[in-house]
Design a protein around this ligand. Structure first.
Ligand SMILES: Cc1cc2nc3c(=O)[nH]c(=O)nc-3n(C[C@H](O)[C@H](O)[C@H](O)COP(=O)(O)OP(=O)(O)OC[C@H]3O[C@@H](n4cnc5c(N)ncnc54)[C@H](O)[C@@H]3O)c2cc1C
Length: 413
């Protein structure tokens, strides 16, 4: 049997895994239905958001959801026609918000986040892209004391897990980030939450380094994963080509759910659609990225200008983008950054692969030996990419991952 490992999906997660496995001496084929990096990894907010491991489902969030859903400019929007399809996922989401489960989810998220920079920096060094990682952190901003108080769970979580942060008021905020409006009353500096200057270029660099190390990229849509009689599986492309594999990693973002279903192993993976506006001539410059927790969006200085984005739209894979959602965020951003101009800009929508309990699956298949999953990284796929690659490569090559992998197992569903 061929010793080729096939990785399905050349987003940031699959590309990082393919690179890591090739580096460890595997012969790896990376397959994508598109060119690398054009999925969610293309247009994310570029943040290495190590302090953002809070469980999304929690009692405080449930209280806000009715208000958000009724607000056409709110951070979460459910398309009414998609609501029935969301129901099973939403029920699991509610169950994941039990206080005991929230504590487990956050401990698991923190176990990844504490090691993110230690995994990411060597990966960037190895692909000659260290300069893609900024040195500046992120500023969480608050317009009022009430907004700051409402974010206390987040700040308490960072304190519990020892993530550095510094509370700033008044002039000290503008000293750090002069473009912020004077009515931003409070800010929290998160020094470890750095960013990647161009997340799309990061995927391209990973794939280029992977190819230079002897990896093979194949362009094709994976139609199904075909089990071998004695364990293991091959990949069947649309048109019938068979890629013979010794083992397979499914890292196809939100579409991994179709491949898992085909293996008789359904996973509750949904798309949390999000938007960005890339402003090429913003009229201001920024050093830090900014997150406004009350309005749930970010502004990030990137290689190609200033990027404004965020929000969650629950509308499935096929509905056309509604770019009004992106424009709302630009208006919010202009409230925080009054000098921000948005004339020369492009808009984008992408699909975050999200499980109802916030955590990814980084795991062996429970049904087919030789099949592995790396998906569901939700809002943190860029952040977790190098760590996921390291952990799955450890498991696949017989090493001992430095993290308890049980919380990321597929068997939890
Ligand atoms: C608006 C927005 C902002 C975000 N901001 C951040 C942030 O600041 N920080 C952060 O860490 N994360 C952020 N994220 C999340 C992050 O972008 C995702 O978690 C991450 O990109 C997921 O990577 P992936 O490789 O799993 O999926 P993808 O990038 O979607 O890649 C999956 C790949 O699989 C391929 N594929 C799918 N099906 C098949 C098939 N059948 N055959 C062959 N190929 C297939 C696709 O073509 C695609 O290239 C954000 C997301 C959005 C939408």
């Amino acid at each position: 049997m061929s010793k080729t490992t096939v990785v399905v999906g050349a987003g940031v997660v699959g590309a990082a895994i393919a690179f890591e496995l090739q580096k460890r001496g595997r012969q790896v084929t990376l397959v994508d239905r598109d060119q690398p990096g054009l999925g969610a990894s293309f247009g994310n907010m570029a943040s290495i958001a190590v302090s953002e491991f809070m469980a999304v489902s929690r009692p405080a969030t449930w209280k806000k959801i009715p208000r958000w859903l009724l607000d056409p400019e709110g951070p979460v929007w459910l398309r009414p026609s998609y609501a029935p399809k969301m129901t099973p996922w939403f029920l699991r989401f509610v169950l994941a918000g039990r206080p005991s489960r929230v504590a487990e989810i956050e401990a698991a998220g923190a176990s990844l986040c504490v090691r993110v920079l230690d995994d990411l920096t060597p990966m960037l060094d190895a692909i000659g892209a260290r300069d893609m990682l900024t040195d500046e952190g992120c500023l969480a901003i608050y317009e009022t004391e009430a907004e700051f108080a409402a974010d206390r769970d987040h700040i308490a979580l960072m304190e519990n897990y020892g993530f550095a942060h510094r509370v700033l008021t008044g002039k000290s905020i503008r000293d750090l980030e002069p473009s912020l409006a004077p009515h931003i009353a409070k800010a929290v500096l998160l020094p470890a939450n750095r960013s990647i200057r161009d997340p799309y270029q990061l995927v391209l660099k990973l794939v280029e380094a992977f190819r230079q190390a002897g990896g093979v990229f194949v362009s094709g849509e994976v139609e199904r994963v075909d089990r071998h009689g004695g364990g293991g599986a091959d990949i069947i492309l649309a048109g019938g080509t068979r890629l013979v594999a010794s083992d397979v990693v499914l890292a196809a973002g939100v579409r991994t759910r179709f491949l898992a279903a085909g293996l008789g192993e359904p996973i509750p993976l949904e798309t949390e659609r999000g938007y960005h506006t890339q402003i090429m001539a913003p009229g201001i410059s920024m050093r830090h990225s900014i997150i406004w927790p009350e309005r749930a969006f970010m502004v990030t200085p990137t290689a190609g200008g200033i990027r404004v984005g965020g929000n969650v739209e629950l509308a499935g894979l096929d509905a056309a983008p509604d770019y009004r959602r992106a424009r709302v965020l630009v208006r919010h951003a202009q409230r925080a950054l009054p000098g921000l101009k948005a004339e020369e800009a492009s808009e984008w929508m992408g699909h975050r692969p999200a499980f109802p309990d916030t955590l990814p699956i980084i795991s062996a298949s429970s049904r087919v030996p030789g099949v592995w999953y790396a998906t569901g990284h939700g809002h943190l796929g860029l952040t977790y990419s190098a760590t996921t690659a390291r952990l799955i490569a450890d498991m696949m090559t017989g090493g001992r991952p430095p993290v308890d992998m049980a919380p990321f197992s597929i068997t939890r569903f």
